[in-house]
Structures are given as structure tokens and as C-alpha cells.
Design a protein around this ligand. Structure first.
Ligand code: SAH
Length: 206
């Protein structure tokens, strides 16, 4: 399946019904999710791997990976309402591979996989009070479990991500910008549509 076809399938994924601001619940749009999954797949980072989507939300990245040939896909989030939506989204898209939805904390992952792990994530950016540095904690988990990861961060994260990765003995192999168009979800967002500038990284950890 090509990228366009994947994007079409992922556009069936419904967003958060009642997004929770403190958990920074912003969904990845279908085009960016399809792009990430496609990129990971052609790099050989999905086939035969355990794909872990940390902070899976409504599940778009996990579901995208499950349309390819992973050995296992796990979508983890600490919000049970999001996971219910993710389960419904899995049913709608009906990927070839089934997904294990796990209720848990992205900073403390109970996973001891035998095969190599690829983390695919659009984690909380750590921009909300009470959730500062959430992105750092998610990267710490990633460094502990992943061989390779793809992650979406807010603009201006490059220096932090590069130094964190270098400290862990890893390497940022790809970095690119992306736009996250956000429909108005929260009261404090004044405009109907805002576009958030984001940065995406592929990291080899070991
Ligand atoms: N990955 C999804 C959702 C991104 S929004 C997508 O790409 O569409 C960030 C997600 O992280 C939300 O679903 C939120 O519930 C989850 N989250 C925030 N803090 C978390 C934590 N400490 N542990 C697990 N999930 C968390």
C-alpha cells in the first residue's frame, strides 16, 4: 500500500471526543501519520519489529503501523477514553495486524520484548503546566526500549533532542519540519484552525 492509500485509510480515524488539555491531546493528521509510517516502513523499521506508540491517543500511528508487517503493535496511553476511541478507530480502519492497547504511563513502560522495538510517537510536548518535560520523559523511555524511534516535537526542539540523544549514545539520522494543523479543541484556542510548527526526528539508539 502506497502513502496516499494509507492516508485515505487513516482519514477514517476519529479525533478525541473530549480532549483533555492537561494530557496535551492533539491528534496527528492522517497525512503526517501516513508519511511517518511510510518512511519507517521503507527504512525497514516496521517489518518484523515490535512497534510501540507511546501516548497513542486515538491510535493513528499504531493503526498505521498495523497496516504493514510488524511482529507486534502496542499502543499505550494513560487515558482510557482515548483508548476506547483508538479501539473503535482500529475497527473502522481494520488493519491487517491487530493492536494491543495498553493503559499505562509513557514514562514507565512494562515491556520486555524479544524482538527489536521501533517507537513511533507524537508524545505530549511538555508545554502544559504540570506536564513540563513530558517529551523528555517519553524520550527516556524510548532510549531504554527502542532500537529506532520516530517522534514529533514542537518547534525549537532540535538542540535538546540532539544533545539528549548524544548523551544516550544514539544518533539523530533524519530531521524535518512538519505542520500540525489543529482544529479548535480547547477554549483557550481563539481561532478555528491553528497550525503548529513541529519537528520530526528519526533516531538510532543502538
Ligand atoms: N499519538 C497520538 C496522540 C498525540 S496527543 C496521535 O498522534 O494522534 C498526546 C497523547 O499522549 C494523548 O493521547 C495523551 O493522553 C497522552 N499522554 C499524555 N501524558 C501521558 C503519559 N504520562 N503517559 C501516557 N500517555 C500520555
Amino acid at each position: 500500500m502506497g502513502k496516499r492509500a494509507l492516508e485515505r485509510r487513516l482519514s477514517a480515524v476519529a479525533e478525541f471526543e473530549e480532549p483533555r488539555v492537561e494530557l496535551e491531546q492533539y491528534p496527528t493528521p492522517a497525512d503526517l501519520a501516513a508519511h511517518l509510517v511510510h518512511l519507517a516502513d521503507i527504512h525497514g523499521d516496521i517489518g518484523g519489529k515490535t512497534v510501540l506508540d507511546l501516548g497513542t491517543g486515538t491510535g493513528v500511528l499504531a493503526i498505521g503501523a498495523a497496516t504493514r508487517a510488524p511482529s507486534r503493535v502496542v499502543g499505550l496511553d494513560r487515558d482510557s477514553a482515548a483508548l476506547r476511541q483508538a479501539t473503535e478507530n482500529e475497527r473502522r480502519v481494520d488493519p491487517a495486524h491487530s493492536i494491543d492497547w495498553v493503559l499505562g504511563d509513557g514514562t514507565d513502560v512494562p515491556l520486555c520484548p524479544d524482538d527489536p522495538v521501533t517507537v513511533l510517537m507524537n508524545p505530549p510536548f511538555g508545554a502544559q503546566r504540570g506536564n513540563e518535560h513530558a517529551d523528555r520523559a517519553f524520550l527516556e523511555t524510548t532510549a531504554a526500549v527502542a532500537g529506532v524511534s520516530y517522534s514529533i516535537h514542537n518547534e525549537g526542539s532540535m538542540a535538546f533532542v540532539e544533545s539528549f540523544t548524544a548523551d544516550e549514545g544514539g544518533e539523530v539520522t533524519h530531521a524535518f519540519r512538519a505542520e500540525l494543523p489543529l482544529s479548535r479543541q480547547f477554549e483557550f484556542q481563539r481561532r478555528e484552525r491553528t497550525v503548529l510548527d513541529a519537528e520530526v526526528f528519526r533516531i538510532e539508539w543502538r
